[in-house]
Design a protein around this ligand. Structure first.
Ligand code: ATP
Ligand code: MG
Length: 262
């Protein structure tokens, strides 16, 4: 089971679009995918939920102690793609946790108890480096960072990398950034490709696939469908398929390396 937190503290960097559309393209390839919406804005839930989710993931943080992740999982209309929803209750999570100890490891413990095997667990994080994002970083092995290429803040990325380092040292020695993905790229401007070029020279974790601006991607949340079913032939669908393939290929490369290293 690969566990991947989709993180960028900068708002509007395509975290939710990437979580949902990458999840859907992985599911299309026969993978079992669980998306956990960890954002109080609950955009992924509004997009994909087909059932009322109640307080959703908030119950893990401030519900009955015995609430399991399993009990919060709902199927979606996309085969192979399940969802743990979020709700506005999550706005109060900092307050709810303020008098408790061990608050950073809540999600990790619940995820460790998950008896349902998924190939991928993706966590859509809020645009902040607060207790929810730290919970995600503590629970996963991998971080995927979408970067919107319209406006870029290298400073923001540096801060994110520092946070990942801090969590690695204090809470989760296994976590690492396994991919940075250029999103919302507009090749018609000089600015977009320049940003991608700059990212490629600085970060070896850059994924080869870049996701271009695509109107279909902007439309599909309000249709309640991922790009794979809303506009299967669009450039957005093709590029998220290519990203899914890259992710899957990372596994093959790693298993080859393991064999090579004995
Ligand atoms: N490749 C794309 N082409 C066109 N529109 C896009 C693309 N990717 C994302 N968008 C749009 O950009 C906006 C921000 O994307 P999204 O909600 O995925 O970002 P986010 O990082 O999850 O935002 P937040 O930080 O608020 O959670 C949305 O309106 C989305 O539909
Ligand atoms: Mg979002």
């Amino acid at each position: 089971m690969r566990t991947i937190a989709v993180i960028n503290q900068k708002g509007g960097s395509a975290k939710t679009t990437t979580s949902v559309c990458l999840g859907a393209t992985l599911a299309e390839r026969g993978k079992k995918v669980l998306l956990i919406d960890l954002d109080p804005q609950y955009s992924a839930t509004t997009w994909m939920a087909t059932h009322a989710v109640g307080r959703g993931v908030f119950d893990l943080f401030d519900g009955p102690q015995k609430t399991t992740l399993r009990s919060l999982i709902h199927p979606t209309a996309t085969p192979g793609f399940s969802l743990v929803g979020s709700s506005a209750w999550l706005v109060g999570v900092e307050k709810a946790l303020s008098k408790k100890s061990g608050v950073e490891t809540v999600l990790r413990e619940k995820l460790a108890d998950l008896d349902d095997p998924f190939d991928y667990v993706l966590i859509d994080c809020p645009p902040a480096l607060g207790v929810l994002t730290v919970n995600a970083l503590t629970a996963v092995r991998e971080v995927l960072v979408p970067v919107a290429c319209q406006v870029m803040s290298l400073q923001g990325l540096a801060q994110l990398i520092q946070t990942v380092e801090m969590v690695r040292e204090r809470l989760n020695p296994q976590v690492r950034i396994s991919g940075i993905v250029a999103c919302r790229l507009d090749n018609r401007t000089k600015h977009g490709p320049e940003i991608v070029g700059m990212l490629r020279t600085r970060f070896p974790e850059m994924m080869t696939t870049a996701i271009r601006e695509n109107i279909r991607l902007a439309e599909c949340p309000s249709m309640g469908e991922p790009i794979t079913s809303y506009a299967s032939g669009s450039s957005g669908a093709k590029e998220y398929r290519s990203l899914a393939l890259e992710l899957i290929n990372q596994e093959e490369r790693e298993s080859h390396e393991q064999i090579a290293n004995g």
